[in-house]
Design a protein. Structure first.
Length: 282
């Protein structure tokens, strides 16, 4: 017996067999299933023999569809909420529906399951004790770099979603903003051609610049700044820069100290220019 109220249900991120027995039971017993794209959810339902009405609920129609869902809940129906893949509410408007249900006193429960965020973290080989889910970054370079720089002080791994076409540019900006941190690019998770490529951000950026956009869905995990580099204060950075500037160009000095310190390259480059002053000498 599926209880009345809103039930958040995780669905597979690629392999249809990853859905849980409990999730199948809830979906079969719901009065209606709210989903991002009825075409995507219909394919999953066809595989598992589920025949339940679907209601489109996504970013562009959420405001209009929420009242319809609330009316169903008021008469005691069970509404299941799914996304196209993975855990609902992660990078979709589902949280507004959940918040409204809570405000109205309707029961809300969850059937947990697959998530590209936790799957990518587990496969990355990077620290998982603390992490920050960024989701998609801005499409334009200036805004993207600013967003990455704002994440530089977070003492944990970063999880970023990115389109295949923007992957190389995002990795280049991440290397410039965060330094040569270790990272992992995951794609096609749980599918036949699943791939995880690991390495420093700058090396990964060069690889995808040369090889072109990969196929499939991409999730990137960026490791935190190495523990030892966080101990370098501004005075230590200045001293290292001054020494490097005696024999290296501003660009080379900034690149080296950014890699060593884990500081954003743009920040280190700006400081190098300040140290040089107007006469071009340290």
């Amino acid at each position: 017996m599926v209880p009345a109220g809103l039930v958040i249900v995780a669905t597979p991120i690629g392999n249809a067999a990853d859905i849980s027995a409990r999730a199948l039971g809830v979906l079969r017993g719901a009065h209606v299933v709210a989903c991002e794209d009825t075409r995507v959810t219909s394919k999953l339902f066809a595989i598992h023999g589920i025949c339940v009405p679907l209601l489109s609920y996504h970013e562009h129609n959420a405001a209009a569809q929420r009242p319809k869902i609330m009316e169903r809940l008021k008469i005691g129906e069970t509404v299941a909420l799914v996304s196209d893949a993975g855990m609902p509410l992660i990078s979709d408007p589902g949280y507004r529906l959940v918040a409204e249900c809570i405000d109205e006193g309707f029961p809300v429960t969850c059937v947990p399951g697959p998530s590209s965020v936790t799957t990518a973290l587990a496969l990355s080989g990077l620290p998982t004790d603390r992490f920050f889910f960024q989701g998609f970054l801005p499409a334009k370079q200036g805004a993207r770099r600013a967003a990455l720089e704002s994440l530089s002080a977070i003492p944990g791994s970063l999880v970023v979603l990115e389109s295949a076409n923007r992957l190389a540019a995002m990795l280049e900006d991440a290397a410039a903003a965060l330094g040569a941190r270790p990272a992992a690019v995951t794609r096609e998770l749980t599918k036949r051609f699943e791939e995880v490529r690991r390495g420093p951000l700058d090396e990964l950026a060069r690889h995808y610049h040369d090889s072109g956009p990969p196929k499939g869905e991409v999730t990137v995990v960026i490791g935190p700044a190495p523990e030892e580099t966080r101990e370098l204060d501004d005075d230590a950075i200045d001293a290292l820069l001054a020494r490097e500037l005696e024999t290296s160009s501003v660009r080379d000095a900034a690149d080296k100290i950014a890699r060593l310190s884990g500081r954003p390259r743009r920040q280190v480059y700006s400081r190098a220019l300040e140290i040089l002053g107007n006469d071009g000498k340290p």
